[in-house]
Design a protein around this ligand. Structure first.
Ligand SMILES: C[S@@+](CC[C@H](N)C(=O)[O-])C[C@H]1O[C@@H](n2cnc3c(N)ncnc32)[C@H](O)[C@@H]1O
Length: 315
């Protein structure tokens, strides 16, 4: 039954999936007020990727404000917006985009519920600062009466056998058998070359990152919308859990990838990294590359392998 679901190129409340091949503001104009339970996205970071034109920061913020304002209009009163961003880099200086975008959400009357740190281990190696190994997701709600369900996203307890040692419950297990709250630091691998979900897009979301939001912030049959859809990850995460998914993407090659991935998901053949799979640990896996070759060669040879410290000195 599920692979009979059609992918529409317009937003219609009677459908389940809409992929708009164009500007997100044009898609948003067609979405009724208060109809979306979750907006989740990763906008361009204005760092000159192939899909963006680097703007001055003021212009970038104005563009983001226009999209965010429309997202708030379409958001249901119990709904949530999750905006995933990293740093804008200006002449080597970093500007954390969540800090410059926060006032837009605040001025629109939204309330921040979490600033989630998404930590990953892969990325560019910096030589003049510490390499960036996290980005953030700022989660806002439209009202105090927002939908939040922790149970489907609980993670295993650290000490499941722990018991109360005094008081009326002494001897009983003290933790929730369904697991614990995952907290606001999420360790999830990013989609780099050896990731099972990798496509040719340079900045894909891992599906498991969005599944956590879909499961905790929406109910079955709710709409999830991603204005900067890229390869369709947010829609994949939505339909995986029987939600409806919509998004816009300007680049035709990414629209095609999104269509292909969504069709594969509907057909049950899209490969994704499962939620809560432990992060690969080369030491535990006994990976032979953990043995440092320079420990086995002469000291002079060893020095030759090291980078020159002068490179890092401040002028
Ligand atoms: C950071 S990527 C998002 C990737 C996505 N999270 C995924 O998992 O594939 C931002 C995407 O927004 C698209 N984009 C940029 N400006 C847009 C606009 N005004 N409307 C729609 N899409 C846009 C870019 O082409 C790019 O694919």
């Amino acid at each position: 039954m599920i692979n009979k679901i059609a992918i529409s190129d317009k937003f219609k409340t009677s459908e389940r999936i809409a992929i708009y091949p164009g500007e997100c503001l044009d898609l948003l104009k067609t979405v009724p007020n208060n109809s979306i339970q979750l907006v989740v996205t990763s906008p361009p970071y204005n760092i000159g990727k192939e899909y963006e034109k680097k703007l001055n920061l003021k212009k970038y913020i104005d563009q983001q404000a226009a999209v965010i304002t429309e997202c708030v209009r379409v958001l249901s009163d119990q709904g949530s917006i999750c905006w995933q961003v990293g740093n804008y880099v200006d002449d080597g200086a970093i500007i954390p985009l969540d800090t410059v975008l926060y006032p837009i959400f605040n001025d629109l009357g939204l309330k921040m519920r979490n600033r989630i740190i998404w930590h990953f281990e892969q990325g560019l190696h910096c030589s003049k600062r510490f390499s960036g190994r996290y980005e953030t997701i700022i989660w806002f709600t439209k009202s105090k009466d927002y939908y939040f369900n922790l149970d489907p996203v609980r993670v295993p307890q650290k000490y499941p056998g722990k018991k109360y040692f005094k008081g009326p419950k002494a001897g009983e297990y003290s933790c929730n058998p369904l697991g614990k709250n995952p907290g606001d630091i999420w360790v999830i691998p990013n989609v780099k070359s050896n990731h099972v979900e990798k496509t040719e897009h340079p900045c894909q979301f891992p599906v498991e990152l969005i599944e956590r939001f879909v499961l905790s912030l929406t109910r079955e049959d709710d709409w999830v919308l991603d204005p900067f859809l890229g390869t369709g990850t947010s829609v994949v995460a939505a339909i995986k859990h029987n939600r409806k998914g919509a998004g816009a993407e300007v680049f035709p090659k990414y629209v095609k990838i999104a269509h292909d991935r969504i069709k594969q998901e509907l057909g049950g053949i899209l490969k994704t990294r499962p939620m809560n799979k432990p992060v690969y640990d080369p030491e535990k896996a006994g990976n032979s590359l953990r043995i440092a070759p320079w420990g086995q060669i002469s000291p002079s040879e060893q020095l030759r392998l090291l980078e020159k410290p002068e490179r890092y000195c401040a002028k």
